[in-house]
Design a protein around this ligand. Sequence first.
Ligand code: MLT
Length: 316
Amino acid sequence: AAEAAKPTILVAEKLGKGGVDMLKEVGTVDCSYDMTKEELLAKISLCDAIVIRSATKVTREVFEASKGRLKVVGRAGVGIDNVDLAAASEVGCLVVNAPTANTVAAAEHGIALLCALARNVSQADAAMKDGRWERNKWVGVSMVGKTLAIMGFGKVGSEVARRAKGLGMTVVAYDPYASAEKAAALGVTIVSMDEALSRGDFFSLHMPLTPNTKGMFGDDAFAKMKKGARIVNVARGGVIDDDALVSALDAGVVAGAALDVYEVEPPPADNPLVGRPDVICTPHLGASTKEAQEEVAYEIAEAVISALKGELTPSC
Ligand code: MLT
């Protein structure tokens, strides 16, 4: 019998070599990074699977342009908010992700930003590079004994909690789906959203972006916070309402923010937060460690291969 044609797998964003090599064992792999939307639309009808990170938007238009050929979208990471899931299911395309490999990387980046925020590391570094020795200007705040409110107590939130306990912080978490027993085993108390808002000295956000979490940190939430709270976001930009954060910073309700993610990435030049001295920014680096990217590549390659072989039912 004739051998079944090899699937064509489009790798649309940089993927670790180990994962690409795995994909090459089962299909023809086209690594085309940094495509324009038009280039993607032109290519997609030639592909059985696509592997993406967060920059590629797999919209309804992309599924339509695939003319039924696209069978698998592999998200080399956790968040699948850049894939139109309704459109995927309408055309019978599986969406798979890599749910575990970058957990620790994201948690470590959250802790890095938390520490940088408490001690003005970025601002002091920028001042020194600018020739200024500002020991009095950049006095920070201590973390020991302070309360960290973790918003979204899934895999990453739990890893942040473990590390924050090591820094001597009191950790509370808000997550409507979290188990209080599992949290208690880590020394974390699950509280209501309002209690988290009123108790947190520091906030670390770890929820996915969904219609329910979009704009969750808006005027109402900031109004319930302690004056001088600090907020870290390594989750998704859309969970914070940027204008509300600007107002909270201007009013001193929020003393500082550290952002790794933005509603639009890269943020446009007129983004009201990026240029502020009380906001630290990194360019969506949460998952970007050498180790995590190698592991993510294996994890997503395995999921995509299983999905192409028909061994998987939708996992997300
Ligand atoms: C994720 O959702 O896992 C991250 O956004 C990963 C990434 O940087 O692609």
